[in-house]
Design a protein around this ligand. Structure first.
Ligand code: ACM
Length: 259
């Protein structure tokens, strides 16, 4: 079993120290969770004024006060923590997700499919699609609008991901429609951590979800409240790729006919 907790909250645009403090208080509420998932760009907020504003709030992972704080909790409580963050790199900034654990920083994924004005601020992600081993199972990462593009989810599931975590700043119900199907088609757990609140002309719609490999929504948060949703996942379910006793969701593909 994997004890997962999704933290849905309201980051404040540009108020990094306040956001870190808010996240710290939320982490204090779930010391027993084995995996915690936070939203996209959780420490900075989302709706940047322009490219310079976004850049001014970016951090290099090795020097990030935010990621260091998360790692302190990960070590202290033997937890794995996934969060979206604004990553500064040599060539520019990326809308990224980090997985940290008791052993330190485990992996970073850079969002591939940039939404709307993100294209003006961030470089498109260039990460290898990779599943990370943890003490509780194999974890893949995708970020928000990546939900619209089925290939990376399939590639992570083919790498035997038990769970794909999905830090988000969702604005529409499209992910709510797409993600149960993605979970079902790949027989994999999905955990979407969305945010709430309004930044300028954007209102984020909460509804963070834990979805099982049959496409069932096991838990869903409210649309507008700060909330932590928790569930004990039987991750062995995502190793069973049979959708009927005679149908395997990967082996039954007809790749030679897909022309
Ligand atoms: C989104 O990708 N943040 C909608």
């Amino acid at each position: 079993m994997l004890k997962i907790a999704i933290i849905q909250f309201k980051p404040i645009l540009g108020a990094v120290a306040d956001n870190i403090q808010a996240i710290r208080s939320l982490l204090e509420r779930v010391p027993d969770a084995q995996l915690l998932v936070l939203p996209e760009l959780a420490s900075t907020g989302y709706n940047f004024r322009d490219k310079d504003h976004a850049y001014s709030l970016a951090e290099e992972p090795a020097d990030s006060a935010y990621l260091n704080m998360l790692n302190t909790y990960a070590r202290r409580n033997e937890q794995y923590i996934v969060t979206g963050f604004n990553e500064k790199a040599e060539k520019g900034i990326y809308n990224s997700s980090a997985l940290t654990g008791p052993e330190g920083m485990i992996g970073i994924y850079r969002k591939m499919h940039l939404f709307m004005h993100e294209k003006e601020y961030f470089l498109p992600g260039d990460s290898e699609l990779k599943v990370y081993d943890t003490a509780y199972g194999k974890i893949g990462m995708q970020i928000c609008f990546d939900y619209l593009f089925p290939e990376p989810w399939r590639i992570l599931a083919e790498q035997d991901a038990h769970l794909i975590v999905h830090p988000s700043n969702l604005l529409t119900q499209n992910a709510t429609k797409a993600l149960p199907g993605i979970a079902l088609m790949n027989r994999v757990y999905i955990a979407t951590a969305n945010r709430i609140g309004t930044e300028g002309n954007l209102t984020f719609n909460g509804g963070s979800m834990i979805i099982d490999p049959s496409g069932n929504v096991l838990k869903k948060a409210s649309a507008a409240n700060e909330e932590i949703i928790e569930y004990d996942l039987d991750i062995s379910l995502s190793t069973d790729k049979m959708i009927t006793p005679l149908n395997h969701v990967f082996k039954d593909r007809r790749a030679e006919q897909y022309k």
